[in-house]
Design a protein. Structure first.
Lengths: 113, 263
């Protein structure tokens, strides 16, 4: 359940960023999570409540933007979307590729009062 | 790093400037402070929400500490290996066998990660190898700051091999860079050939795949080529070693690789 570590990481960022501007209540948090980032959103939702308890995020509305996985084939240069990290190039069937999108795991924005 | 223009706005980020250039300070947090006199007019302050555009990687702290570890290892020519696998694949046995056979030729240091107990550290200590145990408690993986603190206690000499045995778990440790030189995933023949596509992230992020318990092959219904093909589908750059930590079969090739990669 590394999602708990992820949630704690989010709390730390929110605590640090709100402290910088002397705020202590976050009303909304926007997260970007790539499809290939290795985070189960259901698991993150499951641990969220206990992770944010008694923190600046306790009453924050959580918005998750899921970013689709995208790769560039190292053999034929085709760019393609992928569901799994092991999907082959649909054009030439090569397994050699660079992931160009979908590994994101970031706090995009916080809304404070 | 600032996601809007690409510059480093965080105080911790390095600023790269040519002579004569000025760092440009700005914030993208959408917060504007206007000072004004209150003597001439009165007004209600509305309860306005404001948006802080944070744009921060959630694993940033882990990445920063991992980079510190990696720099330390590189400066001292330490070959640091992050050993990952599911529980029971024989990680500790592979480690014990390797240490027992090579410790007269190579200085080894070991960091053991487990949720509980000193059992693994005691097994390594019995071989007279310096070892630190990290107990993660409820944690399911090692993180780079744990390794940072453990390394501080180990006083590793230059040109040594540091073996970091991660918590037995084929999922969570894949996300956490420890600053290792290479990641080594260990898979045993009893686990089934489709493990690499069931747990692709671990195989995607590893450099080496050790297939352990090959002495059991005559009793099992496993197709090693199929296993390798699945693993190569996930990560075409994986390098394989087929070994048995029990009988010693195949260990020579693994040892050769270790010696070659230690500078």
């Amino acid at each position: 359940m590394h999602e708990l570590s992820i949630a704690m990481g989010i709390v730390k960022i929110a605590e640090d960023e709100t402290a910088k501007v002397n705020e202590n209540i976050v009303t909304k948090i926007e997260l970007e999570i790539g499809k290939l980032a290795g985070v189960e959103i259901d698991s993150l939702n499951f641990v969220w409540e206990s992770a944010v308890k008694d923190t600046v995020l306790e009453h924050a509305k959580k918005i998750i933007v899921v970013i689709p996985g995208k790769a560039k084939c190292a053999d034929c240069n085709a760019e393609f979307y992928l569901e799994n990290i092991y999907d082959s190039c649909p054009k030439c069937n090569s397994n050699f590729k660079g992931i160009i999108q979908g590994k994101e795991l970031r706090v995009k924005a916080l809304e404070v009062i | 790093m600032c996601g809007t223009c690409g510059c480093g706005t965080d105080d911790n980020d390095p600023t790269i400037l040519k002579p004569g250039e000025q760092p440009h300070n700005h914030t993208h947090d959408g917060v504007h402070f206007h000072s004004h006199e209150h003597s001439e007019h009165t007004h209600e302050h509305s309860h306005q929400h404001r948006v802080l555009e944070v744009e921060q990687d959630i694993l940033q702290h882990n990445a920063v500490m991992a980079a510190r570890n990696r720099g330390y290892f590189e400066a001292k020519n330490i070959l640091a290996l992050n050993l990952v696998s599911s529980p029971g694949s024989g990680k500790t046995s592979v480690l014990e066998k390797t240490l027992a056979d090579l410790s007269t030729e190579i200085p080894f240091y070991v960091i053991e990660g487990d949720q509980q107990t000193l059992n693994d550290a005691n097994r390594i200590d019995a071989l007279k190898i310096p070892v630190i145990q990290i107990n993660t408690g409820k944690g399911c993986h090692l993180e780079s700051d744990m390794v940072y603190n453990a390394v501080k206690k180990l006083n590793i000499i230059d040109h040594a091999v540091l073996m970091i045995e991660n918590v037995g778990n084929l999922v969570c440790p894949s996300m956490f860079d420890l600053g290792e030189s290479k990641r080594v995933v260990i898979l045993s023949t009893t686990e089934g050939e489709d493990k690499p596509i069931k747990y692709p992230d671990m195989f995607h992020t590893s450099d080496i795949c050790i297939i352990n318990k090959i002495d059991l092959l005559p009793y099992l219904n496993i197709d090693i080529d199929k296993l390798k093909n699945y693993a190569l589908k996930v990560n075409p750059n994986l390098q394989f070693f087929e070994i048995s930590a029990t009988t010693g079969e195949g260990m020579e090739k693994w040892y050769k690789w270790l010696k070659k990669n230690l500078v």
